[in-house]
Design a binder for this molecule. Structure first.
Ligand code: ADP
Ligand code: MG
Length: 187
């Protein structure tokens, strides 16, 4: 299918690029990204926030969940169920993690949250909020179960695709993306 081929070509490109972006990402860049996230969050009334356990060159979300602004909120990490949909389980460092799908660590406890904010990793995004993921569609499948949650991508600034990303009816748009340079708000 054209759509999947087009996406796969861009995925490959950004998978390579993201490794370089991560290598070049300085401590100062990370602080700036966190400041930008704080700027966005301070205008949102929320009690709970979900992150993700970072894999490969994804932005480290675990330390972000421990930052000052977020510290007093309920925090959670994804658990991918057999139907390839995410449920969010309450988790705060140093709560126990166990191996989940593809051995990605997931919270051991089974307390389910419907987070007000969902932070997501991504391979690329465009100026309209379209998100390109790893190709499993897991977030696309899950987001309809969280209609009121704000979906915020975390990205290195270079992950912005300057042209519109290919997308189909299942591709769920993000509300915002935070990088070390910008706060993009789409909705
Ligand atoms: P990603 O979002 O990770 O970049 P894709 O958007 O390419 O990945 O989605 C991967 C596959 O999952 C596609 O074949 C897509 O049609 C399918 N998919 C995504 N969301 C749903 C859904 N809600 N129901 C059924 N299939 C879905
Ligand atoms: Mg998609």
């Amino acid at each position: 299918m054209h759509l999947q081929n087009d996406k796969d070509i861009i995925r490959k490109e950004f998978l390579k690029k993201r490794i370089l972006f991560k290598k070049k990402f300085t401590f100062k860049n990370k602080l700036k990204l966190i400041l930008n996230l704080n700027d966005l969050l301070k205008n949102i009334n929320y009690e709970s926030i979900a992150g993700y356990y970072p894999i490969g060159s994804e932005i480290d979300c675990l330390t972000i969940l421990e930052k000052e602004v977020i510290k007093n909120k309920l925090t959670a990490l994804p658990y991918v169920k057999k139907d390839n949909k995410i449920e969010f389980r309450k988790w705060k460092n140093p709560d126990t993690l166990i191996g989940g799908l593809n051995n990605i660590p997931v919270p051991k406890n089974k307390i389910i949250l419907y987070p007000d904010i969902i932070l997501t990793p991504l391979l690329s995004f465009d100026m309209t909020g379209v998100r390109l993921g790893f190709g499993s569609g897991i977030y696309d499948r899950s987001f309809p179960n969280f209609p009121v949650s704000k979906k915020i991508g975390l990205a290195f600034s270079g992950q912005l695709n300057k042209r519109k990303l290919p997308n189909g009816p299942f591709d769920y748009k993000l509300d915002a993306v935070i990088t070390e340079k910008d706060i993009f708000v789409f909705k």
